[in-house]
Design a protein around this ligand. Structure first.
Ligand SMILES: Nc1ncnc2c1ncn2[C@@H]1O[C@H](COP(=O)(O)OP(=O)(O)O)[C@@H](O)[C@H]1O
Ligand SMILES: [Mg+2]
Length: 320
């Protein structure tokens, strides 16, 4: 068995707002094994991005990582000085976001932006940085990179901009890439291309944490999946098991919704109800108010993660 590039243990991240503590991430533990693609899936607002930002040390006031461990190659990076964190970001851990325009500088040519990501972390001559930049842009599928690198972000399509982001994230060959909804703004053809590209990067040795609200995206490339609901992991399994034998009623609901979409039915099946307010979580299981198979115990007590059949398959449900 290989080792884990990233291990998150009992992570709790809150927003200390005037109305009270919003517990965005609660007791989240997860592993991203070396050279694999690990997914986090869940509806909007369930804490996926806050989890990613906690790893990157990018949670902003009034948000705060309250407790837990974040181990990169076995080393806890949670409390290292900001200067060291800056050095890690980009060189060992990189992140790509949903909307590349918010991360690309609109007034700097894209080649220069990618090149600077390299020069910031690696002590190499400019000439060589230029060559590596062209190679990197070509390897993420930007043809005619020598010319295209002179473009400004607005001169490129959304798909090309996302490729530039990936090139920027990958140029220092980080151990870990965190991709937060990297294809959500793109059409399905471009989405499939970007996902294939991530798979290729992964087979080149990068461990990937892929975050998406879309089970279809997760199904295409992830080896193992964590399902999040209202700030907690509620199920985890290898991708095939999760899709063939989901154990948590929430995962089943997500799957039904995804299937009805795929079959183009007139009525889009959704999970009834809404994600609970993280300021006023129900006592007991957070999913209980929306759950079809909820019993008395579920309303009074938060379930732990229980074994759900196969090895490595766990679900936070009394009924599984
Ligand atoms: N700046 C903030 N102030 C207060 N609460 C926040 C803030 N940012 C996020 N949250 C809370 O954290 C929850 C999780 O957010 P997020 O991780 O962005 O969800 P998603 O799963 O869609 O990525 C939100 O539902 C919200 O309650
Ligand atoms: Mg998000």
């Amino acid at each position: 068995m290989g080792s884990n590039t990233l291990e998150i243990r009992q992570l709790n991240t809150s927003f200390l707002t005037q109305k009270g503590e919003v517990r965005a991430v609660m007791d989240v533990s997860l592993d991203v094994p070396e050279g694999k693609i690990t997914g986090i899936v869940g509806e909007s607002g369930c804490g996926k991005s806050v989890t990613a930002k906690s790893v990157m040390g990018l949670v902003k006031y009034p948000g705060k990582v309250m407790s837990g461990e974040i181990l990169l190659d076995g080393r806890d990076i949670r409390d290292i000085p900001e200067k060291e964190k800056c050095a890690l970001r980009g060189s060992e851990v990189s992140m790509i976001f949903q909307e590349p325009m918010t991360s690309l500088n609109p007034v700097i040519r894209i080649g220069k932006q990618v090149e600077e990501a390299l020069l910031l972390h690696k002590d190499i001559p400019k000439e060589q940085a230029r060559i590596r930049t062209v190679e990197m842009l070509e390897s993420v599928g930007i043809s005619d990179a020598g010319n295209r690198m002179r473009c400004y972000p607005h001169q490129l399509s959304g798909g090309l901009r996302q490729r530039v982001m990936i090139a920027m994230a990958m140029i220092c060959r980080p151990k870990l890439l965190i991709a937060d909804e990297p294809t959500t703004a793109l059409d399905v053809t471009v989405e499939a291309q970007i996902l294939r590209l991530m798979k290729k990067l992964c087979s080149g040795g990068t461990s990937i944490l892929l975050i998406s609200h879309n089970l279809g995206v997760i199904a295409q490339i992830c080896d193992y999946v964590y399902v999040m609901y209202a700030g907690r992991i509620v199920e985890c399994a290898d991708t095939v098991t999760l899709f063939d034998h989901p154990a948590h009623p929430y995962t089943m609901g997500l799957l039904r919704a995804a299937t009805s979409l795929r079959q183009d039915t007139e009525i889009l099946e959704t999970i009834p109800g809404v994600v609970p307010n993280l300021l006023h979580l129900p006592k007991g299981c957070s999913f209980a108010p929306r759950c079809g198979s909820c019993g008395d115990r579920c309303r009074g007590e938060m379930p732990l993660m229980y074994e759900a059949g196969e090895e490595g398959h766990m679900a936070r449900c009394f009924m599984c």
